[in-house]
Design a protein around this ligand. Structure first.
Ligand code: ADP
Length: 266
């Protein structure tokens, strides 16, 4: 709260009253704090891979280069960490573009069955390497009006998280349904995307925060899976841009379900 005290003076008198102006600056302060936290987070996230690249390169230069096996494993780490940096910077640019609304969506009709098949194909290798079964259930005649690249990004992010946070041998599935509006107006029809996994789940207390930038339930696990901590934040923004809603249901040790409802036409 910011308080301004202004004496009200009348001619000839010192003052005859006091004007008290109360400004609620909580929202501004909160924004300022969020921004500085964000900058601190970005710096930290960028520094971690850079420190690894630098450290391993130094060790190689100091002599580890002579041992072929050591050299190979260090170079692999350097390569992986550079990839992480690349992903991080890509996600940050993407997020900043979306947040500043500099990306006009290109709406077009999308035939959902082949579209979802294509998304799953992209993730096949990631799933196979963990022996995870991917499955889909999409009506053959369903179309949606959406931005194709952005919708792909949403689905791939959620499916990829499902695979990352599910132990070997588990399952990740996606189903898509047409949800007619209750009042019979075709303009208000929705399409519901449901992405479920049989993974580690998300503790109740963390659920409200997982869409925040860089928020992770378990930092170590997210790092191992190559996550940037920005995926769900991007998903949330892209869903908002499509005037959609996203909801999460999860139980620790059982699995998680992400559900997105989006208008069928725009
Ligand atoms: P990350 O790059 O760390 O995966 P995200 O923004 O995609 O970042 O997700 C934020 C956090 O939410 C993750 O670090 C993880 O803790 C949790 N999370 C997301 N999806 C799932 C899921 N399907 N199952 C369990 N936890 C999840």
């Amino acid at each position: 709260l910011e308080i301004n005290l202004n004496p009200i003076s009348q001619s000839g008198q010192d003052w005859s009253g006091l004007l008290i102006v109360l400004h609620d600056i909580t929202a501004i302060r909160r924004l300022e704090r969020m921004r500085s936290e964000f900058v601190a987070n970005v710096s930290h996230e960028l520094k971690t891979p850079i420190a690894a690249v630098k450290g391993f390169a130094e060790t190689l230069l100091a002599g580890a280069l002579n041992d072929k096996d050591t050299a190979r494993s260090f170079l692999q780490i350097i390569f992986d960490e550079s990839e992480r940096l690349n992903r991080l910077i890509g996600d940050l640019l993407e997020l900043s573009k979306i947040e500043s609304k500099r990306i006009p969506l290109q709406f077009s009709p999308i035939h959902l069955q082949p579209f979802v098949t294509n998304c799953l194909n992209v993730l096949n290798a990631q799933a196979t390497s963990k022996d995870i079964k991917l499955s889909m259930d999409v009506p053959s005649d369903l179309f949606i009006e959406a931005d194709e690249d952005r919708l792909r990004q949403i689905l791939i992010n959620l499916l990829s998280n499902g695979i990352s946070y599910t132990p070997e041998g588990g399952q990740v599935s996606i189903s898509v349904r047409h949800v007619p509006s209750a009042d019979g107006l075709a303009e208000a029809d929705q399409v519901r995307f449901t992405i479920s996994d049989t993974g580690i789940g998300i503790p109740k207390k963390d659920i409200p925060r997982i869409f925040e930038r860089f928020y992770r339930v378990d930092k170590a696990r997210s790092r191992v899976s190559g996550g940037t901590g920005l995926g769900l934040s991007i998903v949330k923004h892209l869903t908002d841009l499509h005037k959609g809603t996203i909801r999460v249901q999860s139980e620790v040790g059982v699995g998680s379900t992400f559900r997105i409802d989006m208008p069928l036409i725009h």
